[in-house]
Ligand binder design. Sequence first.
Ligand SMILES: Cc1cc2nc3c(=O)[nH]c(=O)nc-3n(C[C@H](O)[C@H](O)[C@H](O)COP(=O)(O)O)c2cc1C
Length: 246
Amino acid sequence: MCNKTPATELLKIKYPIVQGPFGGRKISAKLVSTVSNLGGMGSFGLNSYAPEDILRIDKEIKNLTKKPYALNLWVPLNDDPLDHYKEEDFEVLRKVFKPYFEELQAPIPDFPNKGMQNFELQMEAISEAKPPVASFIYDIPAREIIDELRKRGILSMATSTIVEEAIMIEEGGVDLVVASGAAAGGHRASFLRPPEESLINTHLLTRQIVEEISIPVIAARGISNGKDIADILKIGAAAVQMGTAF
Ligand SMILES: Cc1cc2nc3c(=O)[nH]c(=O)nc-3n(C[C@H](O)[C@H](O)[C@H](O)COP(=O)(O)O)c2cc1C
């Protein structure tokens, strides 16, 4: 298998493997830096972190690796689903999942604290931190933001679930696009159409996007071993982004 692709060239990594960012504080600088040190690219999900924490985490990663890594943010949603989420609904889910958490001896999560961070301030912190790559999900940052990142030598990546989103991402000046297929464990990333209208199989989506745009396409969802990676690279993906496997 040839590990050299347009994505590995642009990202300056050895293997076409990105460890997908995990939001909700389910990631550590150790995991991110380990993946980067081994030749892939680690990513840190920072959606819930304040600007000062972003700077601190970036330093932690920089102390652990000299290799490329990504910092990831959620672009603010126009209609945050948590606006309509009630504590009673959460209690119902808590009861359903309680036995599984007990079996794993894991703490049961508390009602999610809405408190979204201010995206502009988070972006200022990312600009100051100057990670090699900034990745985004749930929409595309404004063109000025992408241009500012480029000026500072930071590559950008954004997530699409349908071809139209990938085209918008390319037209928005972003360097790489993630093609996020339907095999997602409850994590939907669509922004142009509702999630239920944006459920395309990862292979099909990758194929469609590769035909329409010229920036490198990183295939995500349901990829977990070498054979999966080889299969999707054959149809034109320039790399894969894996989450669950990590
Ligand atoms: C628990 C969890 C949290 C995630 N959080 C984010 C996130 O904050 N930002 C993001 O871009 N992708 C996020 N993702 C998507 C992953 O980065 C990755 O694209 C996805 O998990 C790939 O699919 P796979 O899990 O089937 O390999 C998350 C995935 C999981 C499982």
